[in-house]
Ligand binder design. Structure first.
Ligand code: TXE
Length: 498
């Protein structure tokens, strides 16, 4: 490995990336490897070796063996290992953030503050809960009692999306490991690198070899996990269509599933809102991570009285957002994950231009020749949108904001809920009662009042309707990574019947 890893930069290339099984790197034996590209330049960062069915089998066996050790490790000891891993993540934040920027194209201003740190926070949160995981005792008089034990599930699999690679790996592995399970994690094929670093860090922190394994590959490898009889639970972060496939595959062996899927969330601004705060929140909720955030508030409903002023403020501020080299600390819009994804986003922008929507700002590729090879597009705002426009209905997963005027509360709530998605939403108003009326009425797993995309470890995150199944984070997730066993004890004689 290079001497100083903190200097990952725009021209970094890495050696062949393999699998991490049983506490060590191992080659993928599928005889297929794929290129991993730098989104800001489309240069090859590295080759990645695809896992075969035999590799998945080896990972399951390693995880099963590790489970015997890890599930028998007292919770306070498990917590110490997770806390050591969190400390290492924090120490290596700069290096890991630069690696994530290299792999995702996201600005270092984001990855250095959010991606690794929110993962470490999740580890610290579940390490704190591990010793508190307990069962129940029920007294049925002098001749009987019952205990309810809360036990780990066994080998769990995590399948990640490409927008927050190490964070997603940590949001899935932290609760799984805290509960005494072991994990096989498959990163998205577009961002295969940081999960391997996490595997190294877990081992350094004292996790038994095989307790956290990484297999590389695309949906085919994901499907091997969803179908494997030795895996007790699948946790996926990905598109709705993928969620349906994973759930169908998992059904064959009755696995538990957690599905964190897509969204097209409403962000509602009433005319009594903190005006500048609402504008800033709408921009963050659409353009942070270049819009590649599932919970983004991409349908911005603005009450008629402030609508014109809102658009003027957006036009002025959005045009000035710095776009460019993700390694430049001043950059706020980096590159989209791939040329294919850029093409998809540009298709939605073209559809918006052809519609009757009003183009307010952005949506064009940068002129700077230094950026021509990368997947860059200036953030776009369209107004005078109607609910039936394709780019208003469909998830774009790019920097495209749709602004829709509205008149009344009951109207905007009905329109906001008129979607198959239900991941998140927000309401901006200084009217306390109205804030709670609207928050209660929105059909979404998370609703922010006068803020957006704040997801502390303590509260559950996940979707209503087609945006997902189950939750991540919060106390509830302990229930998704454990199962109960009732032990009934008879202290007297068996009552004769026949
Ligand atoms: O998803 P994909 P992507 C969503 C976001 C967007 C998508 C972007 O809304 O729609 O994720 O990520 C694997 N069986 N979220 O393009 O294509 C695939 O290899 C098993 C929501 O990566 O669905 C990858 O590892 N696995 C989220 C993973 O699934 C399969 C936040 C996701 O791939 C598979 C972030 C199959 N048949 C993004 N097909 C949230 N709600 O928190 C593919 N995969």
């Amino acid at each position: 490995m290079a001497a100083d890893q903190t200097h990952y930069g725009p021209n970094t290339t890495l050696g062949v990336q393999q699998l991490f099984i049983g506490g060590r790197y191992r080659p993928g034996t599928a005889e297929i490897s794929f290129e991993n590209l730098n989104p800001a330049t489309n240069h090859v960062i590295c080759e990645v070796e695809m896992a075969s069915a035999e590799d998945v089998e080896a990972a399951v066996e390693a995880a099963q063996e590790a489970f015997l050790i890890w599930s028998a490790t007292p919770a306070r000891e498990r917590a110490k290992v997770l806390l050591r891993a969190a400390a290492i993540l924090r120490e290596r934040n700069r290096e890991l953030a630069r690696l994530e920027t290299l792999d995702t194209g996201k600005p270092i201003a984001e990855t250095a503050e959010v991606d690794v740190i929110t993962g470490a926070e999740m580890l610290e949160y579940y390490a704190g809960l591990a010793p508190a995981i307990h069962g129940e005792h029920h007294d049925f008089g002098p001749d009987a009692f019952a205990m309810v034990r809360r036990e780990p599930l066994g080998v769990c699999a995590g399948i990640g999306a490409w927008n927050y690679p190490i964070q997603i790996a940590l949001w899935k592995s932290a609760p799984a490991l805290a509960c005494g399970n072991t994990m096989i994690f498959k990163p998205a094929e577009l961002t295969p690198v940081s999960a391997l670093k996490l595997a190294e860090i877990y081992l350094e922190a004292g996790l038994p070899p095989g307790a956290f394994n990484v297999v590389q590959g695309d949906g085919r490898v994901g499907q091997l996990l969803s179908r494997h009889p030795g895996i007790a639970k699948i946790s996926l972060t990905g598109e709705v269509g993928t969620g349906r496939k994973v759930m169908a595959d998992a059904a064959q062996t009755l696995k538990g599933v957690t599905l964190e899927l897509g969204g097209k969330s409403p962000l509602i601004v009433f005319d009594d809102a903190d005006f500048d705060g609402a504008v800033d929140a709408a921009m963050s909720a659409n353009f942070y991570s270049a819009g590649e955030v599932c919970s983004n508030g991409t349908r911005v409903f603005v009450q008629r009285r402030i609508y014109r002023r809102f658009l003027e403020s957006l036009e002025d501020k959005v045009a000035r957002i710095p776009l460019g080299d993700p390694f430049d600390p001043a950059t706020r819009i980096g590159a989209l994950i791939s040329a294919g994804h850029l093409e998809k986003v540009m298709g939605h922008i073209e559809a918006a231009r052809r519609s009757n929507a009003l183009h307010v700002v952005g949506g064009h590729r940068p002129e700077d020749p230094a950026l021509a090879a990368g997947n860059f597009v200036h953030p776009a705002v369209f107004a005078e949108c109607t609910d039936d426009m394709s780019f208003v209905r469909d998830e774009i997963f790019g920097p495209v904001m749709a602004v829709l005027p509205f008149e009344e509360e009951h109207e905007v709530v009905a329109r906001a809920n008129h979607t198959p998605f239900g991941l998140a939403g927000a309401v901006f108003t200084t009217d306390f009662a109205r804030a709670h009326r609207v928050a209660n009425a929105l059909q979404a797993g998370t609703v922010w009042i006068n803020d957006y995309n704040v997801t502390p470890p303590e509260v559950p995150f996940g979707g209503h309707k087609q945006s997902g199944v189950g939750r991540e984070n919060g106390l509830e997730t302990i229930g998704h990574f454990t199962q109960t066993k009732t032990i009934y004890a008879n202290l007297g004689r068996v009552a004769p019947y026949f």
